[in-house]
Design a protein around this ligand. Structure first.
Ligand code: PLP
Length: 427
């Protein structure tokens, strides 16, 4: 049974009953590298990026990949070589940008809890901008910059408070969110920033949520942002750039988010209409650049049919694929070989971890038997980057494919690496 449509993954297709990502047969990778195994398509990442680039054609725009979605060095290298900047949320992520050959001058630093040490590190590296999330953070950043004889370039992350009733997917741009500066405090925060000698105000930013599949919240956010820009500039504080954050959704399960180029064509029309079309723009896409570029390959260990439920126990688990346990998220699961002899049945696909929350998919129609290989789809974003060593399971290996070539880009962790930093006290 060949699924008619593979959600949003144009580089993934069955050829003669075997699943390929670009020109690489996935079963070959599973056999040579073992499972669970993450496989990413460079072509799919570049195609996702190209949609943003088309949307911003002829504009001044910097695409900063929100690397928390997938911070593997090989993935970062793909985006660095394509000219992207990076949106980071820790000093560790900055070190990854440098290790992958990224340009620190195109790095913006988001997050509500930057430490002094991270600020110092980012100033030394010469990043483009700190996206400051509170008044308290402004004071600390000013202090750190002055102590280094520098001026930190700042943007204030504002909370546009887009109406939650009509846009239920939005979770970070609401009143009551820990993120950003409340709409009504934005002007006074900018005044304070402009008065601090260790800071240079360069922009404004927002990020209204994730897995957004409608255009309307973005249009609302654009309008709210431009209202603020007008107020701030009327107060004599010039803004060089406007950063609209990330959040564009992907197709996990018949989701229909707008394409990035369509979305941005529409948003830029609104920006043009309001006279802001020639500004320097930034965006911080994460999921939409990598989510549907990756799959997680796994082997069926055991079938455990039961009276109420049939369980299909696989060798990938919540430590590898945390999104179902964390968000009750859906990932499509399909066989690597589409001409399986087993009868189709309904299975709960679960991992070996000792938690009832360790499930990958509920009630999936699959023709499976022990030893079969499966692919968990849409696994390029917020999977490996959130993976853990729970149950002393080493994290999976990763492979990058392009056309008919494949490269191992992360070695599988061993149990020893899981406890390498642990110390037995002298008794
Ligand atoms: C997580 C995050 C992003 C990326 O969000 P996606 O939904 O993956 O596009 C962008 N900006 C900020 C500040 C974030 O925290």
């Amino acid at each position: 049974m060949t699924p008619a449509i593979l959600p949003g993954q144009p580089q993934l297709a069955y050829r003669d009953d075997e699943l390929f990502l670009e020109g690489v047969r996935l079963a070959d990778l599973a056999r040579s590298h073992g499972t669970p195994l993450y496989v990413y398509s460079k072509g799919a990442m570049l195609a996702a990026l190209a949609a943003y680039q088309r949307g911003f054609q002829g504009r001044k725009a910097l695409i900063c990949y929100a690397m928390k979605a997938n911070s593997s060095l090989a993935v970062l290298q793909v985006f660095a070589q394509a000219g992207c900047g990076f949106d980071i949320v820790s000093g560790g992520e900055l070190l990854r940008v440098i290790a992958a050959g990224g340009d620190c001058a195109k790095v913006i630093f988001s997050g509500v809890g930057k430490t002094r040490a991270e600020m110092r590190q980012a100033l030394e590296a010469g990043i483009a901008c700190f996206n400051v999330e509170s008044e308290a953070e402004l004071e600390v950043l000013n202090d750190v910059a002055l102590s280094m004889g520098q001026r930190a370039q700042v943007s204030i992350r504002v909370n546009p408070n887009v109406d939650p009733q009509t846009h239920p997917y939005i979770s970070t741009g609401l009143k009551g969110s820990k993120f950003g500066v409340a709409h009504e405090r934005v002007l006074q925060t900018y005044r304070r920033a402009a008065a601090l000698p260790g800071l240079r105000v360069v922009g404004i930013d927002c990020h209204i949520g994730s897995q957004i599949t409608q255009e309307l919240p973005y249009l609302d956010a654009v309008d709210r942002m431009l209202d603020l820009v007008q107020d701030i500039e009327a107060a004599g504080i010039a803004l060089q750039h406007i950063d609209f954050g990330g959040g564009l959704g992907i197709d996990y399960n018949a989701d229909t988010p707008p394409a990035a180029d369509t979305l941005w064509t529409h948003l830029l029309a609104r920006l043009d209409a309001r006279g802001f079309g020639d500004r320097q723009f930034m965006v911080e896409p994460g999921r939409s650049l990598v989510g549907n570029a990756g799959v997680c390959l796994t082997e069926v260990l055991y079938l455990k049919p039961g009276e109420e439920k049939n369980f299909c126990i696989i060798d990938a688990a919540m430590n590898d694929l945390p999104r179902p346990a964390m968000y009750q998220a859906y990932h499509a699961i399909i066989p690597l070989s589409s001409n399986a002899p087993a009868p189709v049945a309904s299975w709960d696909v679960v991992g070996p971890v000792c938690e009832s929350g360790d499930w990958i998919g509920h009630d999936r129609e699959l023709a499976v038997q022990a030893g079969d290989l499966l692919a968990v789809l849409s696994a390029g974003a917020y999977c490996m980057s959130m993976a853990s060593n729970y149950n002393t399971r080493g994290r999976a290996a990763e492979v990058l494919v392009h056309e008919d070539r494949s490269s191992l880009v992360r070695a599988r962790e061993t149990a020893q690496t899981c406890f390498a930093g642990e110390i037995l006290p002298a008794s």
